[in-house]
Design a binder for this molecule. Structure first.
Ligand code: NDP
Length: 404
């Protein structure tokens, strides 16, 4: 039973499949895990509201929260219409108590929007990465921002490994030869290399970056990393890691760079013309962290000139990316829409984590420290460790230019 008065929860989720909801599932379930790799416990809500393996990240799925919330007398509004002044999100925001949004289809909470939402007390990220919220404005307005730390980190690790291999082996054009009815091996292999022996580095050796390093070790590559904090010596020795104090040092020593730090003022546009110029000719960048960590025009230019051999990832800025976003058409890319953290297994964990957070909030219990980004007018928990104060939402209004 709830002890809190009725609240309005406004939830922004991506649209349902064009083929209808629910989709026809490829498998009958997902594996059961016992804990995260570092021993952190999985989300522990009292109930779930859906069967693990179901699509709950789209509007009709509603993160499996509808019955739970409405059963306690709360109002639950779910929409995918999130951009522009006439959007459902903007119209429903003024009396919302809680906003839930996924990074894949972010309901940007800019300072202007926060100013229009005087009742807003909490912004929950269904996933990881709360850069779609103006954290400075959240701090100044005493809004709790939290995310479901670790929920989809390994989902992203797997996607990053896939995209590193897709770029280096040059998978996408080879697949295209098959689909187009060809068998032209000479064309297909002209840009295909082995990863073995290459220098591969990660920026940010947190949950995802470290998972990538661990999985790359058996590929017999030389591993590098850069982070604000150094990993323990025994870990560096076990994986054979070279630590770089600066990202400049890392990129000049690598053939492949995979980006895994959060987007915050310190990392915004970190990969600009200047940094890219320090990379070896023919380097590859994989970015599954946030699109805005890279200067989009600089990436496109470096692919056009051939300085970069390839770019892949699943994160863009803004999201959804307008049709004329240069990353849709630049050469030698292997981009996906923002999907890596929203596998059906990832959805299960972040939806369960959102439910846990809501249960804690309504019952007046503390939210896990590792879920907190801001609280009580300051960075808190995971946010205090990995983010910096400030705002990274600038330019997000451009998302309104997207048309399907
Ligand atoms: P973690 O917090 O575990 O790791 C982030 C790491 O980045 C930390 O080690 C942090 O350092 C480091 N870092 C922060 N600032 C810098 C910097 N300026 N230079 C170098 N390293 C830095 O988070 P995760 O690994 O779980 O996730 C990382 C990011 O991946 C998320 O913030 C999110 O943006 C993105 N993500 C993308 C998803 C997708 O679907 N594509 C899904 C999930 C996450 P320290 O803490 O030591 O200060």
């Amino acid at each position: 039973m709830t002890t809190s008065p009725s609240q309005k929860i406004l939830c922004v989720l991506y649209p349902d499949p064009v083929g209808g909801y629910p989709p026809k599932y490829a498998r009958d379930g997902i594996p059961t895990l016992s804990q995260y790799p570092d021993g952190q416990s999985l989300p522990t809500p009292k109930g779930l509201g859906f069967t693990p393996g179901q699509l709950v990240g789209s509007v009709s799925g509603g993160l499996g929260l509808r019955q739970f919330l409405e059963g306690q007398g709360h109002r639950f509004v779910v929409t995918s219409d999130k951009d522009g002044p006439d959007s459902v999100f903007e119209k429903e925001l003024p009396d919302a108590d809680i906003v839930i949004s996924q990074p894949f289809w972010p309901g940007y909470l800019t300072a202007e929007r926060i100013a229009k939402a005087p009742k807003l007390k909490m912004a929950i990220t269904a996933g990881i990465g709360s850069d779609h919220v103006d954290l400075q404005a959240a701090i100044e307005n005493n809004i709790t921002v939290c995310e479901v730390t670790f929920s989809n980190s390994i989902s992203v690790v797997e996607h990053a490994i896939m995209q590193i291999l897709a770029l280096v082996r040059d998978f996408v054009p080879q697949y295209q030869w098959v689909v187009n009815g060809g068998w032209n091996i000479a064309d297909a292999v002209s840009r295909s290399y082995d990863l073995e022996g290459m220098d591969v580095g990660v920026v940010g050796s947190g949950r995802i970056g470290f998972g990538v390093l661990k999985r790359l070790k058996p590929f017999d590559v030389k591993l590098h990393y850069n982070d604000r904090y150094r990993l323990p010596t025994e870990v560096e020795e076990e994986l054979g890691l070279t630590f770089h104090e600066t990202v400049d040092s890392l990129v000049s020593a690598c053939d492949v760079v995979s980006i895994h730090c959060p987007l915050h003022p310190e990392t915004e546009h970190m990969f600009n013309d200047e940094l890219i110029a320090k990379m070896r000719r023919g380097s590859y960048i994989v970015n599954t962290a946030r699109g805005k960590i890279c200067d989009r025009e600089a990436i496109a230019r470096a692919l056009e000139s051939g300085h970069l051999a390839g770019y892949a990832g699943d994160v863009w800025f803004p999201q959804p990316a307008p049709l004329d976003h240069p990353w849709r058409t630049m050469p030698n890319h292997a981009m996906t829409p923002h999907t890596s953290g929203s596998s059906l297994a990832g959805q299960h964990r972040y939806a369960a984590g959102v439910r846990e957070i809501l249960e804690c909030w309504f019952e007046g219990r503390p939210i896990r420290n590792e879920y907190l980004i801001t609280q009580g007018g300051a960075l808190a928990g995971a946010g205090a460790h990995s983010y910096s104060e400030g705002d990274a939402t600038g330019g997000s209004e451009e998302a309104a230019r997207f048309t399907a």
